[in-house]
Design a protein around this ligand. Structure first.
Ligand code: EPU
Length: 428
């Protein structure tokens, strides 16, 4: 088990290249189940969630061949193997095996998904969609059993705008008989990326990127080659780090339109943001003004950037308020930031951050993926050394983060934890 050490006070400068989008990758890999021939996906991020899903594809009989960031998936010998336990519990996105296996085999048995603990994360809208398509869904001893005689297109109104439910219903509906209409669908760029892959496989999908998606079922889908979109959350994390501890940082391989809500807030704070061709320049000027943010579904401010943004607000003049309307309990990073000298009050589900304060290095724990990102940004801003444990969360979503930050001039490294530290970590 390792910990990360961040020595604050080194100004970030230079260029960082963004990897493929985690939240696309974790849906594109299960989507390959639906094809009858080889699917090649290029530009995948080298993160543990991607490899876990690759292992799950092999568990159901797929041939998965990696070549760096490219994967070839041969689905020919896949079978509808139950996946009640084991690796499915490691990540949230294993729930995409439900839609993909239902679409392909008309049945699926999948354990309840794991992933970051951000408060309640129900999957009732996924199940409502599967049922509307004709499936019977039961929960037996912590695994979801889904079976259908036949899948028939349906009109499905999502009560909550959900990324996962929108993608899962698309996966189940692309081979159903007739037309499916998903109303109040999510509009995140990752949904468009998955629909692009499915369309390249022969699916007929219209309206992705709007809140009404229309799918005309087709009897079979074929293999194809697909290149993933860049990770807007990774890009946003580096933009925040650059604003917090940088001079001039170029973020390369980015679709800046995917980040408009963050960029608008950075500009409001006084950060210089220049949008180029697949690049962003972030130039930080001091002092920064505080702002308030409220997370919303896309294109609103992403919940996945709320935690690192909270860290940035510790250095701004006056008070900033952060409200997460998607996951109101996504606040575990706050206690850790307080250990580092941050002054943050939680009132009525909002975090009220008083600044500016000088953060101080401390021993802190990443309790989830984006909390980890928040603590790394804090470490870059702090006096002295910050020791971060819980790296398994960070490694689920950020490719080569130690190397990328080092290239930008940060002093960041990993060390093995000794037995006493491991015991303390496990008991904390
Ligand atoms: N919701 C329901 N019922 C459902 C589904 C969702 O009530 O059946 C609620 C959730 O509890 C939440 C809201 O709807 O309050 C939105 O949830 P959504 O389904 O959109 O989230 P998700 O698909 O489970 C994905 C990302 C998350 C990201 C959210 C919101 C993946 C694998 N995960 O989760 O990413 O925060 O969308 O944008 O794509 C991360 O990358 O750190 C991460 C947590």
């Amino acid at each position: 088990m390792q910990k990360m050490l961040v020595e604050g006070g080194h100004t970030l400068n230079g260029k960082v290249r963004i990897s493929g989008a985690k939240n696309s990758a974790v849906a594109l890999l299960p989507a390959a189940i639906l094809a009858d021939s080889d699917v090649t996906i290029e530009g995948l991020p080298e993160i543990s969630d991607v490899y876990t899903l690759g292992d799950l594809l092999e568990e159901i009989g797929g041939k998965v061949m990696w070549n760096g960031q490219t994967v070839h998936i041969d689905p020919e010998h896949m079978i509808s193997m139950p996946l009640p336990n084991g690796k499915v519990k490691k990540l949230r996105a294993s729930y995409y095996f439900m839609g993909a296996m239902l679409g392909k085999f008309k049945q699926a048995v999948i354990g309840l998904p794991g992933g970051c603990h951000l408060g309640p994360r129900p999957i009732d809208q996924h199940i409502k969609g599967f049922e509307a398509l004709g499936a019977k869904v039961t929960n037996e001893q912590g695994a979801i059993y889904i079976r259908a005689e036949e899948l028939t297109g349906a009109r499905i109104y999502l009560d909550v705008v959900s990324v996962g439910a929108t993608i899962n219903i698309m996966l189940a509906a692309v081979k159903a008989k007739g037309k499916t209409i998903i109303e109040n669908a999510a509009k995140e760029p990752e949904i468009i990326d998955v629909a692009t892959l499915l369309t390249n496989m022969g699916a007929q999908i219209k309206g992705v990127g709007t809140d009404v998606i229309r799918i005309e079922g087709v009897p079979s889908l074929h293999g194809c080659r697909h290149t993933i979109i860049p990770d807007r959350i990774e890009a946003g994390t580096y933009a925040i780090a650059a604003a917090a501890a940088g001079n001039e940082v170029v973020i390369d391989n980015v679709i800046s339109q995917h980040l408009e809500s963050l960029l608008a807030k950075l500009r409001e704070m006084g950060v210089t943001v220049e949008e180029g061709d697949e690049q962003l320049l972030i130039a930080s000027k001091q002092p920064l003004k505080s702002v308030d943010i409220k997370t919303l579904v896309y294109p609103g401010f992403p919940t996945d950037l709320q935690q690192p943004f909270t860290t940035l607000l510790t250095k701004t003049v006056n008070t900033g308020v952060v409200t997460d309307t998607i996951y109101s309990a996504r606040l575990k990073h706050i206690d850790e930031l307080r250990r580092m000298n941050a002054i943050i009050k939680v009132e009525g589900g909002s975090a009220i951050i008083s600044g500016p304060v000088q953060l101080e290095g401390a021993r802190v724990k990443a309790t989830d993926l984006r909390a980890g990102a928040a603590l790394i940004v804090a470490g870059l801003m702090a006096n002295g050394i910050t020791e971060i444990t819980g790296l398994e969360h960070i490694d689920r979503g950020y490719e080569k983060i130690t190397e990328k930050l080092t290239d930008l001039g940060a002093n960041v490294w990993r060390e093995e934890m000794n037995d006493q530290e491991i015991e303390q970590f496990q008991n904390s």
